[in-house]
Design a binder for this molecule. Structure first.
Ligand code: D5M
Ligand code: ZN
Ligand code: FE
Length: 494
C-alpha cells in the first residue's frame, strides 16, 4: 500500500484512500494499472481519485476472468475472449494494453467554444513542454519597457508570410495577445523559419521593438530531448502493417498468403523470426472502402464495404493465436472521417476473432511495456505539401517533423479535418518508444532521439490514382521489430 502511495508521490500526485483501495483490489495487474492511470493523468491533477481509474479498462480482480475490450467499450467478454484473456494473464510481460484512445470519449459537437477550448488545450500542453527549456513571458507584457531588450515568447503560429524582399513574418499568438516575429532572409535561422507551419506552437527569442514586433534570434521547437526517455527493453517481436486495402482490385492476395504461410511456420525460418512474433499492429486502411475518391468503383473487386471487412477477417483469421492483433482505422475505413477516429464499429468487429483489439486513430498502446503510438498518418499529406525538403518517398522524415513539433497533425484545417475535442489527442506529451504510421504506402524506417519510426507500407499495388499522383508504392513488405533491441528488419513477400 505504501509502495503505491510512494509511486504516485514520486510523480507528484497524492492518492485518495478509495482510489488506493480500488488499485489494491487488482493485485494481478497492479503495475500495469498504475502505469496506465499515470499515463492518463493530467499534470494539473493533485489528488488521484477513483474516477481517474477507468473501471471498464481494468484487468481482472482476483479470480474473475480478465476482460479483453475494444478500446474504452464495455461489453462483457465472450467465453472465447475470457479464454484468450486468461492465457494473457499468465504471460503478463507480453501483455498488450491500450493506454489511450478516443473511442467512446468523443465530446465535441463542433461549436465555436469547442474550437477555443481545443486550441487552448493544444497551446497549454505544448507550452508546458517548451517552458521546461525557456523562460517566456506573456505577449501582453511587451511594451515600452521591453524596447530593444531581448525577450522570449511561446506562441501558436497564426500565419507565416514572406515579405516582398523575401523576409519571413510569423504572426504569433498566445492567450494574451499577438505579435509579429520578423526573420531576416540573411539570418542563420531563416532555413528553420521556412519550415514553420500554421497552428504549431513554438518558442521565439528575439529583440522587441517595444510594440508589436520581435526581431527573432532563435526559434525553438518543443522537440524531444535526447535522453528524455530511457528505454526499457521488451520481449518478442512486433509486425507493423497498414493499408491492406482489402476489396481493392490491387490488393496483393498472393503476397498476403505467402506472408501468412511464413507466419504460420510453413516456410523455412532458420532465425526463428516467425515464432518470435508476439504482436501485429495494423495502422489503418484495412479495407479499400467505398466512395472514398471519384471513380473508386472501377478499382474495386468487392463492392460492399461489409463484404470487404468479411474478406479481411477471413485473411486475418490465419494469424497464429499466440499473436496479439490490434487494428486501428484510416481514411478508407468505415468510421467518421474527422480525426481522431474511433475504433471500427461493433458490427464490423464481430466479423473478426473476439480476441482482436480494435482501437481508435491515433492510439497509444503498450506492447508488454514498450509504448507504441499508432497514427494512420493522413497529416503526412499536409506536411509534405507545406515543409520544404519533404516527400512521399521518405515518410520517415515527415514523422521526424511530427516528433520535433510534438504533434501528429500540426496544421489545422487543411486536408485532415480535426474534430475540436476537449483535449488535443495529437500532442505527443511523452515520447513513445515507437511511432507507427502508414497512409503513404511507402515503407520508411528511422531512429530519432531514441524513438523508432516506422511507416509500414501497403498490400496494394499501384492504383491509377497513385500513378497520376506519381506515388510509387512499396507493397508487401513487413517491418519486423525486435522489441528486445529495437532492431528493424524488412521482410519481403512481393
Ligand atoms: O492513400 C494512398 C496514397 O495516396 C498516399 O500516398 C496518400 C495519397 N493520397 C491520398 N489522398 C490524396 C489526395 N487527395 N491527394 C494527394 N494524394 C493523396 P490512401 O489513403 O490509401 O488513399
Ligand atoms: Zn491507404
Ligand atoms: Fe490512407
Amino acid at each position: 500500500m505504501l509502495e503505491i502511495v510512494q509511486r504516485f508521490a514520486e510523480k507528484g500526485f497524492l492518492i485518495d484512500p478509495q482510489a488506493l483501495e480500488l488499485i489494491e483490489s487488482y493485485p494481478g495487474a497492479r503495475d500495469e494499472l498504475i502505469e496506465r492511470v499515470m499515463f492518463n493523468l493530467d499534470r494539473a491533477t493533485v489528488v488521484v481519485s477513483p474516477q481517474h481509474i477507468q473501471v471498464d479498462l481494468l484487468p481482472s480482480r482476483k479470480g474473475e476472468p480478465k476482460q479483453v475490450h475494444a478500446g474504452f467499450a464495455t461489453s462483457p467478454p465472450s467465453s472465447r475472449e475470457a479464454k484468450a484473456a486468461s492465457s494473457l494473464c499468465s504471460t503478463s510481460s507480453s501483455h498488450l494494453e491500450v493506454l489511450s484512445d478516443i473511442t467512446g470519449r468523443s465530446t465535441c459537437v463542433g461549436e465555436y467554444q469547442d474550437f477555443v477550448r481545443y486550441f487552448r488545450d493544444r497551446y497549454g500542453k505544448l507550452r508546458e513542454l517548451l517552458s521546461r527549456r525557456m523562460n517566456s513571458r506573456p505577449i501582453e507584457s511587451l511594451g515600452a519597457n521591453t524596447a530593444s531588450r531581448e525577450v522570449s515568447l511561446i506562441g501558436m503560429i497564426m500565419e507565416v508570410r514572406t515579405t516582398p524582399k523575401g523576409h519571413k513574418v510569423v504572426d504569433l499568438e498566445d492567450p494574451t495577445g499577438m505579435v509579429s516575429v520578423i526573420i531576416s532572409k540573411d539570418s542563420e535561422i531563416f532555413e528553420q523559419a521556412r519550415r514553420l507551419v500554421n497552428d504549431e506552437v513554438v518558442g521565439v527569442t528575439g529583440v522587441s521593438d517595444g510594440g508589436s514586433r520581435i526581431f527573432a534570434r532563435s526559434l525553438v521547437w518543443p522537440d524531444l530531448q535526447p535522453q528524455s526517455h530511457p528505454l526499457l527493453p521488451g520481449s518478442g517481436a512486433a509486425l507493423l502493417l497498414s493499408d491492406l486495402h482489402v476489396g481493392s482490385r490491387f490488393f496483393m492476395e498472393d503476397a498476403w498468403q505467402r506472408f501468412m504461410s511464413w507466419l504460420g511456420g510453413d516456410v523455412d525460418d532458420p532465425q526463428g523470426l516467425a515464432a518470435g512474433v508476439r504482436y501485429l499492429v495494423i495502422a489503418g486502411d484495412l479495407v479499400d472502402g467505398i466512395g472514398v475518391y471519384p471513380g473508386q468503383d472501377q478499382d474495386l473487386a468487392i463492392m460492399d464495404v461489409y463484404d470487404q471487412y468479411q474478406a479481411a477477417a477471413d485473411l486475418l483469421r490465419d494469424i497464429p493465436s499466440q499473436i496479439q492483433v490490434v487494428i486501428s482505422p484510416g481514411n478508407h475505413d468505415i468510421v467518421r472521417q474527422a480525426e481522431p477516429q474511433p475504433a471500427l464499429p461493433k458490427e464490423v468487429q464481430r466479423l473478426f476473432p473476439p480476441e482482436f483489439r480494435f482501437v481508435g486513430n491515433p492510439s497509444w498502446i503498450s506492447l508488454g511495456g514498450v509504448t507504441l503510438l499508432a497514427y494512420h498518418g493522413r497529416s503526412i499529406d499536409d506536411l509534405v505539401m507545406r515543409i520544404p525538403g519533404l516527400s512521399y518517398r521518405e515518410p520517415e522524415k515527415v514523422m521526424v517533423e511530427m516528433l520535433r513539433r510534438r504533434h501528429l497533425c500540426p496544421i489545422y484545417g487543411s486536408r485532415v479535418s480535426i474534430a475540436p475535442e476537449a483535449e488535443d489527442h495529437y500532442v505527443i506529451q511523452r515520447p513513445p518508444a515507437i511511432l507507427h504510421c502508414g497512409h503513404v504506402h511507402i515503407v520508411g524506417i528511422a531512429r530519432y532521439k531514441g524513438v523508432t519510426l516506422i511507416n509500414s507500407g501497403t498490400w496494394q499495388s499501384q492504383t491509377g490514382f497513385q500513378k497520376k499522383m506519381n506515388i510509387q508504392p512499396t507493397p508487401a513488405i513487413v517491418p519486423h521489430l525486435d522489441l528486445a533491441n529495437m532492431k528493424v528488419r524488412k521482410l519481403l513477400f512481393a
